[in-house]
Write a protein that binds this ligand. Structure first.
Ligand code: HEM
Length: 291
């Protein structure tokens, strides 16, 4: 039986560890992915970059790298990676040790490029204090928005956009509370949407029904923090990358010159696209890679 990776639709966990890898020994990649195939479950979601799929002669319609965005009024970096592992759990120590075990399993084919720890803040808030994830699709709408349809090996897979945003909370803190609410377009106190939010408000920029076609994604973002700073690991799953890209294009002012007010206090430092294969009988279904 083919199913999506179960960790995608699960609620955001208490703690996460996000690992990105590059390929080191190409000849070993097949064996490493075959070993990884049995590890995926509620506590591990994995995604493959376009470079990895291409190198194996795989055909995944719609898989690409996050493109450069001509006409963008703010910088949105593209930082491709071969492999993404999202470890989900409760205990940071357990996640670190699981991450090390996965590193060993993937060696020498893959080398770790980055590890970033995510954590839950209160009831699922961004570090700015705003509730994140409210307008996520649920039930049938979640299935429709999140999982690809297509040939065996593609059906039930998902496409994920991942960006590590760095917040300047001091800058955000200098705005008065009403200006902060207007930047997001919701009231921090009760999460109610502001009727008179300006067009630059984040939820006005990204209102999913306002796109043609409608642009729904499943967001599973979490705050992060380490020596490099702090912010949000933005994670959005979709049946393709199109909905995410449509939202991002509007956020950066390509449509109407108006930049999302989020950019007043936060910037993405990374941006990568990955394809999350489905499971077949409980293991990653790697048939599109010929594995
Ligand atoms: C640091 C970066 C970001 C922060 C702090 C942030 C925060 C938020 C918050 C607080 C909400 C309102 C509650 C909710 O519905 O979840 C929201 C909504 C939303 N955000 Fe973001 N977000 C960020 C980046 C992005 C990016 C990069 C995208 C897509 C390109 C995006 C897409 C959306 C969408 C689709 C909604 C729901 C809009 C609707 O249909 O009402 N967000 N975000």
């Amino acid at each position: 039986m083919t199913t999506p990776q179960p960790g995608i639709a699960r609620p955001v966990p208490d703690a996460s560890r996000y690992l990105t890898f590059r390929v080191d020994e190409r000849a070993e990649v097949g064996a490493a992915l075959a070993a990884l195939a049995g590890e995926v479950g509620d506590d591990l979601v994995v995604g493959f970059g376009a470079s990895l799929v291409d190198a194996h002669g795989g055909e995944v319609p719609g898989l690409r790298e996050l493109p450069a965005l001509p006409g963008a009024k703010v910088a949105v970096p593209t930082t491709p990676a071969a492999l993404w592992c999202w470890l989900r759990g409760v205990d940071r120590g357990a996640l670190l040790l699981r991450g090390r075990a996965i590193e060993r399993l993937l060696s020498p084919a893959f080398v770790l490029d980055d590890a970033t720890e995510g954590f839950r803040h209160g009831s699922g808030r961004d570090l700015s204090g705003y509730e994140d994830g409210t307008e996520n699709p649920k039930g049938e709408a979640l299935v429709e928005a999140t999982y690809a349809v297509g040939a065996p090996g593609i059906a039930g897979s998902s496409f994920v956009a991942v960006q590590r945003w760095h917040h300047d909370l001091a800058r955000f803190g200098r705005l008065d509370p009403m200006a902060q609410d207007r930047a997001i377009g919701r009231r921090r106190a009760d999460n109610v949407e502001l009727e008179d939010a300006p067009p630059s408000a984040h939820v006005k920029r990204t209102a999913q029904e306002s796109f043609d076609p409608q642009a729904f994604v499943l967001r599973r973002s979490m705050p992060w923090s380490d020596g490099r700073g702090h912010g949000l690991v933005f994670v959005a799953f979709g049946r393709s990358f199109d909905a995410f890209e449509a939202q991002l294009r509007r956020m950066v002012g390509i449509e109407d010159g108006i930049v999302d007010a989020l950019f007043d206090f936060t910037r993405p430092a990374t941006g990568s696209f990955f394809w999350c294969p489905p499971l077949r009988d409980g293991r990653l279904d790697l048939r599109v890679l010929g594995l």
